[in-house]
Design a binder for this molecule. Structure first.
Ligand code: SAM
Length: 294
């Protein structure tokens, strides 16, 4: 998408959405429009697990791909002092993320820009940490994973969360979730996801998994807090198109929830496998070899 096109769409997304536009929103964009802050399957719990394993530090450059409304990007900057580049493909998400960053005074640490996980506009080996919460499952996964690893520095860490089938779904639950609620999304087994990341070159990988808590009443409450839960419900009642979408979405999601879970894959980009490229880059920059490479 060209920058001009993105700006135009971002501007229109700040204004009133038509009923047809509301009906066409994917569930995540819809929840973001209603003001939901946490829009990935493991909720805040999986983000906290990711943060614990990330070892974020103030001197690091972090990339949050498919940042949504910017909740994790802002938390990483605020809590750990890291500099975060947050990218997303959706004008609605970009508008919301930029507004949240501005309002929380984190603009010095968090930059929000348009970015496609399949063709990230950053040179190889740019980031110390690369975060992708619930994004690769929407696209060509092997290509997306390769791209995440490409922009990560050798010795840097990748942290990705995905949907997976915790229990084999009934044909009905599978059709409702992948056919109606999230058409085009790919949900795999845990083993298939791990194979994908390892096959793309991730080493020392750890995997954590848990239930799809985001859309359970308890998960919703713990992710958003009582005040934002009430605000979201209040907003859902302000327009007939929101109510219609909500009453269509919720029962369908509930049918799929018992079979779905999240998994978090954490791993490192090996330093050695990328040595040739690093050495070349350093020669040009006249730099010193990083400790890990010696
Ligand atoms: C399930 S939401 C997760 C948002 C955020 N990571 C979070 O956890 O709150 C998926 C996000 O991926 C974004 N997305 C989908 N396809 C993308 C792509 N090709 N490149 C970048 N972002 C993408 C969507 O716009 C959306 O914000």
């Amino acid at each position: 998408m060209h920058a001009q096109q993105e700006v135009t769409m971002a501007l229109s997304s700040m204004t009133h959405l038509t009923s047809a536009e509301v009906a066409a929103l994917d569930p995540y964009a819809f929840l973001a429009v209603l003001g939901k802050r946490v829009i990935h399957p493991g909720g805040r719990r999986s983000s906290e697990e990711s943060f614990r394993r990330a070892d974020f530090r103030p001197d690091q450059q972090v990339l949050d791909v498919g940042c949504g409304v910017g909740t994790s990007a802002m938390a990483i900057a605020r809590r750990f002092g890291a500099t975060v580049s947050a990218v997303d493909i959706s004008p609605i998400m970009l508008t919301r993320a930029r507004s949240h960053v501005r309002r929380t005074g984190l603009a010095g640490l968090v930059t929000v820009t348009y970015g496609d996980i399949l063709a990230l506009g950053f040179p190889d080996h740019t980031f110390d940490r690369v975060v992708a919460e619930a994004v690769t499952m929407f696209v060509d996964r092997p290509r997306a994973v390769r791209e995440l690893i490409r922009v990560c520095k050798p010795g840097g860490r990748l942290l990705a969360t995905e949907f997976f089938w915790r229990e084999p779904p009934t044909p009905e639950a599978r059709e409702i979730f992948l056919g109606q609620v999230c058409p085009g999304m790919q949900v795999d087994t845990l083993e298939e996801w791990v194979r994908l990341y390892k096959g793309a070159g991730l080493s020392n990988s750890q995997v954590v998994s848990g239930p799809f808590e985001m859309m359970t009443p308890a998960g919703f409450l713990s992710d958003e807090g009582i005040a934002n839960c009430l605000a979201i419900m209040g907003r859902a009642m302000t327009r007939l198109s929101y109510l219609r979408k909500m009453t269509w979405l919720m029962p369908r999601l509930q049918r799929a929830v018992p079979y779905l879970g999240y998994l978090l894959v954490v791993g490192e980009k090996p330093a050695t496998a990328w040595g040739g490229v690093v050495a070349q880059a350093e020669e040009v920059a006249g730099g010193v070899a990083p400790e890990r490479m010696s």
